[in-house]
Write a protein that binds this ligand. Structure first.
Ligand SMILES: Nc1nc2c(c(=O)[nH]1)N[C@H]1C(S)=C(S)[C@@H](COP(=O)(O)OP(=O)(O)OC[C@H]3O[C@@H](n4cnc5c(=O)[nH]c(N)nc54)[C@H](O)[C@@H]3O)O[C@H]1N2
Ligand SMILES: Nc1nc2c(c(=O)[nH]1)N[C@H]1C(S)=C(S)[C@@H](COP(=O)(O)OP(=O)(O)OC[C@H]3O[C@@H](n4cnc5c(=O)[nH]c(N)nc54)[C@H](O)[C@@H]3O)O[C@H]1N2
Ligand code: SF4
Ligand SMILES: [Mo]
Length: 707
């Protein structure tokens, strides 16, 4: 019945009636290599096969990835445009929907000015689409108000990397080198559940003797395999990193030659970390002194180490500080720009890297150019064929757009590929904003909690119904392939934006026939920028198993390892962080005596709008819950499975208790993948990092009550 596809290293099983279409999983930044099985005669999607010859994931996939294909023909797909009439959605033709959008967008702009429209983007889309969102907002709609869900995801990493290294690329090294590292310091990353197919690299390294240090308030599946688990109090990472550097300096683990040649601020850093003795560090972080010392010795003595972090340290009002400090630990050890060592943040969304480089952010243009730089404006205006004077000014960050709604400065919003009704902090404020809008459009393929607020919902094609590129967590640009035609009347996001552009009288700037044409334009737009894609072509990606940016010409090999000779700062040196510890935006009080942190489980993805529709994943994890240590629970006489009320100064909600010893006694944890009354973001603190404008999803003060 089955036959083997014979190709070196490939062991995929293939049925004779099926063809395999080679692509990548739609969900996280790992972008696991996979083949979608399609019936040759009917074109029906039959299932998935992992791709054994993909060098980053080598045939591994997680429970979300192996069921991702079930979205493609899912019964819940929106297949025709929806228009809200008397509070209810009715199906409409594309012409009706687009007419209504045109009438409202034009009418509102005539009355209130161009900036009354806004766009809220997302990075589950290909880079071609993400690039086009920026052009759509600025050229088709002509508004300054554009931001995207990556603001809640990668923005502190971006801010920290720019400060430290002068450029924001998530990883300084390619993933297959991890196997040859001696030590991994992992702060605020639950890799085992959030980037599960990475774990194979750490196991292979561990088999050769590598050590793993994990800093997390919870004993996650990642922490469970660690040699040292630094169980810190949420919001204290800057103290921990300073404490580690205190010991690295004191014990003589600094690579003095590297630091003097390649880094600024060493003397100032030494002064700053003097007070962070293990005792002082322990007092702030709550980690035992011996563990701090043990971790510093392991990290300090490892010839090749990789500093790794994720949202646990970044989604804080001091997220940028944390990133600069942890990166500085790696710099002190001279670990950046060499084989099997470096710094990496785990990119969250599938295209979290590529989608943030080409102008979806309120202050950025393609290629990481700055909207405040007149030369950049001039260059991009030329590529786009507009007068530089028409280029809108920078707008505001994702959460701050909701302040503009309250002030009446924004009266319409087009949400493309995001579900902020679930995923933005302090959701009641977000819901209030959506209700206040005069007109709202959402592009999605499933009716999300956000879409329910909309006046018009446009059926978007899925990741499997279009081709294009994404950039994975290493910085490798890869190909996403079209598996089948869009379901029903759904259209690709680039077609939808181009249609609306035409209606807004800007059609001449959106004359695309396929994603490749958009990519060719993006190559030019990014040329000479920091994220230079001009040397990358679809053909090269195919031939070379992806191409790492920056890649400034077609004969350039791409850049798997960053900063081999110099950093991207004006003087070519990295900036060590001289930053004191500051408390989180909210700390426990008498009324709210405990800490609440939020995050993920392996079975669901982000707002859950995709994974809550997959039966297998719902069977594994149907509802949110609150993780509480048995000692804390006993203070409130709570037992497993009981209902408990959590209250913060913003709101309250009811959750099931899950007793576990794998969490600090002063902290509770809730996963955030559910909406409405089940959304933990009703409780979270919208306190923003001053640089990245990242909300503090990871720390707030909470009250616990037995019901
Ligand atoms: N299964 C699954 N995988 C995913 C996703 C998903 O939704 N589900 N989403 C993807 C996306 S977009 C992202 S951004 C990534 C996120 O990947 P991660 O950042 O790894 O995931 P989180 O669960 O948000 O947070 C990681 C850890 O931070 C810890 N933490 C909380 N507060 C602190 C603190 O103050 N300091 C430190 N050091 N740690 C703290 C939490 O206990 C948690 O275990 O995952 C990607 N992969
Ligand atoms: N409390 C708390 N809140 C958090 C976090 C946390 O750790 N704690 N993490 C934050 C992070 S890191 C992130 S990344 C955000 C994510 O927050 P969201 O942006 O809300 O995440 P998604 O659920 O991916 O939303 C994407 C939506 O777009 C749709 N979609 C997917 N692909 C496409 C496409 O190609 N085109 C179109 N048009 N639509 C598409 C999906 O169906 C879904 O409804 O949440 C943030 N919120
Ligand atoms: S690890 Fe990420 S990319 Fe890989 S299968 Fe799971 S969700 Fe998809
Ligand atoms: Mo994310």
């Amino acid at each position: 019945m089955a036959e083997f596809v014979v190709k070196p290293g490939v062991k995929n099983l293939q049925h004779k009636d099926e063809k395999l279409i080679t692509t990548h999983c739609s969900y996280c930044g790992m972008q696991c290599g996979m083949h979608i099985r399609v019936h040759k005669k009917t074109g029906k999607v039959m299932g998935v096969e992992p791709r054994y010859d993909w060098p980053v994931t080598m045939g591994k996939m997680c429970p979300k990835g192996v069921t991702a294909y079930q979205q493609i023909d899912h019964k819940d797909r929106i297949t025709r445009p929806l228009i809200k009439k008397n509070g209810k959605f009715v199906e409409a033709s594309w012409d009706e929907a687009l007419d209504l959008i045109e009438k409202n967008f034009k009418g509102l702009q005539k009355k209130y000015g161009k900036d009354t429209l806004s766009v809220f983007g997302g990075v589950s889309m290909t880079t071609e689409k993400c690039y086009l969102v920026g052009k759509y907002a600025r050229v088709a709609l002509g508004t300054r108000y554009l931001d995207y869900n990556g603001r809640f995801c990668m923005s502190s990493a971006a801010g920290g990397f720019i400060k430290t290294f002068g450029i924001d690329r998530g990883s300084t090294l390619p993933w297959p080198e991890l196997e040859h590292s001696d030590c991994f310091f992992m702060a605020g990353t639950n890799t085992a559940e959030c980037h599960p197919t990475s774990i194979q690299w750490f196991w292979r390294a561990k088999d050769k003797g590598a050590k793993l240090i994990v800093a997390d308030p919870r004993e996650t599946p990642t922490a469970r395999i660690a040699d040292v688990h630094l169980d810190l109090k949420p919001g204290t990472d800057s103290a921990l990193a300073n404490g580690m550097m205190h010991l690295i300096i004191k014990e003589g683990y600094v690579d003095e030659a590297y630091v003097s040649e390649r880094c600024n601020n060493y003397e100032e850093l030494k002064d700053m970390v003097k007070k962070f003795t293990p005792e002082y560090t322990s007092e702030i972080t709550g980690i035992a002194v011996e563990k701090i010392i043990k971790a510093a010795h392991i990290y300090g003595r490892s010839p090749r180490s990789v500093m790794m972090f994720a949202r646990g340290v970044e989604q804080q009002s001091k997220g940028v500080d944390n990133v600069t400090l942890y990166s500085s630990m790696a710099l002190l050890r001279g670990q950046i720009g060499k084989f099997a060592s470096g710094v990496a943040t785990f990119t969250g969304q599938g295209n979290g890297q590529g989608g943030r480089e080409h102008g979806q952010k309120s202050d950025l243009l393609p290629g990481y150019r700055k909207l405040t730089d007149p030369k950049a404006v001039e260059y991009i205006s030329k590529v786009w064929g507009i007068d530089p004077k028409e280029m809108p000014e920078p707008g505001v960050s994702a959460y701050e757009m909701f302040d503009e709604i309250q002030k009446g400065n924004i009266r319409a919003m087009h949400v493309i590929c995001s579900n902020p009704a679930v995923s933005a902090p302090n959701t009641e404020y977000i819901w209030e904003g959506f209700r206040k809008l005069d007109f709202m459009v959402v592009s999605d393929f499933f009716l999300s909690e956000t879409a329910e607020f909309a006046d018009v919902v446009l059926p978007a094609a899925t990741w499997a119904e279009d081709e294009g590129t994404t950039t994975n967590l290493e910085g490798r640009v890869i190909r996403i392939r079209k598996v089948k035609e869009p379901l029903g009347e759904s259209k690709t996001d680039w077609e939808i934006m181009s249609e609306i552009a035409k209606r807004m009288g800007k059609g001449e700037h959106f004359q695309y026939h396929n994603p490749k044409e958009i990519f060719e334009e993006l190559r030019i737009a990014s040329k000479g920028g920091k994220a230079d894609y001009s040397g990358i072509t679809y053909e090269r990606i195919e031939k070379e198993d992806g191409v790492f940016w920056p890649c400034p010409s077609v004969d350039h090999p791409g850049t798997p390892t960053m900063f081999k000779e110099k950093f991207e700062t004006p003087d070519g040196k990295a900036n060590l962080a001289v930053v004191d510890w500051k408390p989180a935006g909210e700390t426990p009080t008498k009324e709210y005596p405990h800490l609440l942190t939020t995050g993920r489980v392996v079975f669901h993805y982000l707002s859950g709008n995709q994974t809550r529709r997959i039966d297998f994943l719902m069977e594994q994890c149907p509802l949110p819950y609150v993780e509480i240590h048995p000692e804390l629970a006993s203070q409130y006489n709570l037992s497993n499975g009981e209902k408990v009320k959590l209250t913060t100064s913003r709101s309250q909600m009811t959750l099931d208790v899950r007793l576990t010893k794998a969490i600090r006694k002063d902290t509770v944890f809730v996963p955030y993948h559910w909406g409405k009354e089940l959304a933990v973001n009703q409780l979270t603190n919208p306190c923003l990092d001053p640089v990245s404008r990242m909300p503090e999803f990871k720390v707030c003060a909470v009250k616990i009550e037995k019901l």
